[in-house]
Design a protein around this ligand. Structure first.
Ligand code: GDP
Length: 177
C-alpha cells in the first residue's frame, strides 16, 4: 500500500506490528468490540497490506502486515520492509507503535530488527508480550526479564484468552486521544 492510498483523516494513529501468528488479530478483536470496528480502509482478503480501523472520531488503529512468513531476512526487507518503513517514517499522525512479541518465545530476530529500527526513527514504542496465558506462572518473571533485556523496555503482558493486560492497553490507547 502506497502513502497516497492511506485514508485522509485527522485521527491520531496507533500502529500494531508483529510477526505472523503472534496474536495480532486476536488482540485487535479483544480490545475493540468487533461490531464497532469501522474499516476506514481495508482491502478484503489481503493480509499483506495496511488496514486502518477507526476507533472513534479521534483514534485509529493501524494494523501493519505480519512479518516473518519469509524465512530469509533479505526477503523480509524487500517486501515487508518498505511498506512498513514507508508508513512508520512518513505518517505524521502516528503517535504510538505497539510491537507485539510472542511471550513464549521472546523476540525473534525480525522483532529485534523492527524494534531497533523503530527506536531511532519512529514514534513512541510499546512492547506487548502476547499469549501470556501460555507462559507458566513459574516462568513469568524470567520471561519478562529476558524480554526487558532484549528490548530495553518493560513489556506489557497480554492475553487475548484470559483478558490479562487488556485494560492497561486500552487505557494507554485512550490516553492518546
Ligand atoms: P496474527 O496472525 O498475528 O493475527 O495471529 P492470530 O490472532 O490469528 O493468532 C494466531 C494463533 O494464536 C491463533 O491460533 C490464536 O487462537 C492464537 N492466540 C492468539 N492470541 C492468543 C492468546 O492470548 N492466548 C492463546 N493461548 N492463544 C492465542
Amino acid at each position: 500500500m502506497k502513502p497516497e492510498e492511506y485514508p485522509s483523516h485527522d485521527r491520531v494513529e496507533i500502529a500494531l506490528a508483529g510477526r505472523s501468528n503472534v496474536g495480532k488479530s486476536s488482540l485487535v478483536n479483544a480490545i475493540v468490540p468487533l461490531k464497532r470496528l469501522a474499516y476506514v480502509s481495508k482491502q478484503p482478503g489481503r493480509t499483506q497490506t495496511i488496514n486502518f480501523y477507526a476507533l472513534d472520531e479521534r483514534l485509529c488503529l493501524v494494523d501493519l502486515p505480519g512479518y516473518g512468513y519469509a524465512k530469509v531476512p533479505r526477503k523480509l526487507r524487500e517486501s515487508w520492509g518498505p511498506m512498513i518503513e514507508g508508513y512508520l517514517r512518513g505518517r505524521d499522525q502516528l503517535r504510538l507503535l505497539i510491537a507485539l512479541v510472542d511471550a513464549r518465545h521472546g523476540p525473534t530476530s525480525d522483532d529485534l530488527t523492527l524494534w531497533e529500527w523503530a527506536r531511532g526513527n519512529g514514534p513512541e514504542l510499546l512492547a506487548v508480550a502476547t499469549k501470556w496465558d501460555k507462559v507458566k506462572k513459574s516462568e513469568r518473571a524470567k520471561r519478562l526479564r529476558e524480554m526487558r533485556e532484549a528490548l530495553g523496555v518493560e513489556p506489557l503482558p497480554f492475553s487475548a484468552t484470559s483478558g490479562e493486560g487488556r485494560d492497561p492497553l486500552i487505557q494507554t490507547i485512550r490516553s492518546l486521544a
